[in-house]
Design a protein around this ligand. Structure first.
Ligand code: ZN
Length: 310
């Protein structure tokens, strides 16, 4: 996906999905609306607002259809959602999401444990989603991304074979995905690996079909990995406000990379994100009020902006 010409890097906020699904408290719908509204007002252009999974599995995201309907009313905002299967994609299309991502665990063990599906089964869902989208009038078609989960390593299988990653990436493109994204679901990635795998996957899907990285900060390498991605031409970076969600296995580590720190880094480097950092920092107050038991991460919010930063 190409970024708008007035920005260099698209920062995609995933906190309302990845952050909220990782915590126990359920954020009220009104707070989600306030959060999304405030981040969009700060200049964030794309927000993953939820996931179409059964409410019994993720009660935190049970109101995703309502969140999508609301977020669509915000001018200029790309409303993204995660879907686990065709049924989720149907719900996403009905709600009017602009972008849907189907995550596929490159580790089949992880896929079986999380989705109870083999690769063959997940790829069949992908083809059915591709067919669903192709059947829609052009103006109603969401963009369709295949998320290459556990691409950098798996907590169950360990290292992931390059051949498996490339096989799934190619199959997802054949199924009708517009692009694939690399996801460090487990926080295993390092900067050298980021560069290597971006180049490797692009060799199969083409440069245009891999523009984004989904990074976690489990081992403190999130921003280093983001920088490595920039150096090989990545233009979309997922992040979560206040690193919401944390990591149950690494106390003190944020969940996704922290949106505030990422935007500060990019803007300080002279890269345009379209985001007002001070306005973004103020959005944390909504999280503090809505889920007061959750730690809010981020170095920039604690340290403040450097003198003269504009
Ligand atoms: Zn994630």
């Amino acid at each position: 996906m190409t970024t708008a010409t007035d920005i260099d890097i698209l920062v995609s906020e995933v906190g309302p999905r990845d952050g909220l699904q990782s915590i126990t408290p359920i954020m009220p719908l009104e707070a989600k609306k306030a959060w999304i509204t405030a981040e969009a007002a700060a200049g964030v252009r794309e927000i993953e607002v939820g996931s179409f999974v059964p409410a019994s599995l993720l009660p935190q995201l049970a109101d995703t259809a309502e969140v999508v309907a609301f977020a669509r009313t915000i001018p200029g905002l790309t409303v993204a959602v995660l879907v686990p299967n065709l049924r989720g994609a149907q719900a996403a299309v009905q709600a009017g999401a602009h972008k849907i991502t189907l995550p596929v665990s490159i580790s089949e063990t992880h896929s079986l444990k999380n989705l109870r599906r083999t690769h063959a089964q997940v790829l069949q869902e992908a083809r059915e989603i591709g067919a669903l989208i192709a059947s829609l009038p052009a103006e109603q078609r969401p963009s369709f991304e295949g998320g290459l989960s556990t691409a950098f390593g798996c907590t169950l299988e360990g290292p992931i074979a390059d051949s498996k990653l490339l096989e799934i990436a190619e199959a997802l493109m054949e199924a009708g995905c517009d692009e694939v994204g690399l996801s460090d679901t487990t926080g295993y990635a390092n900067p050298a690996q980021v560069k290597r795998l971006v180049r490797l996957v692009r060799g199969v899907v083409g440069d245009h079909a891999l523009s984004g990285l989904h990074l976690h900060n489990t081992r403190g390498l999130g921003l280093a990995n983001a920088l490595a991605g920039l150096e090989v031409g990545i233009t979309t970076l997922d992040a979560s406000l206040a690193g919401l969600g944390g990591c149950p296995f690494a106390p003190g580590a944020s969940g996704n990379i922290v949106t505030e720190d990422l935007v500060f880094m990019l803007e300080a480097m002279g890269l345009r994100t379209g985001i007002d950092v001070e306005a973004l920092l103020a959005v944390r107050g909504i999280l503090a009020d809505a889920v007061p038991s959750e730690p809010l991460y981020g170095f920039t919010p604690d340290a403040g902006l450097p003198l003269g930063f504009a």
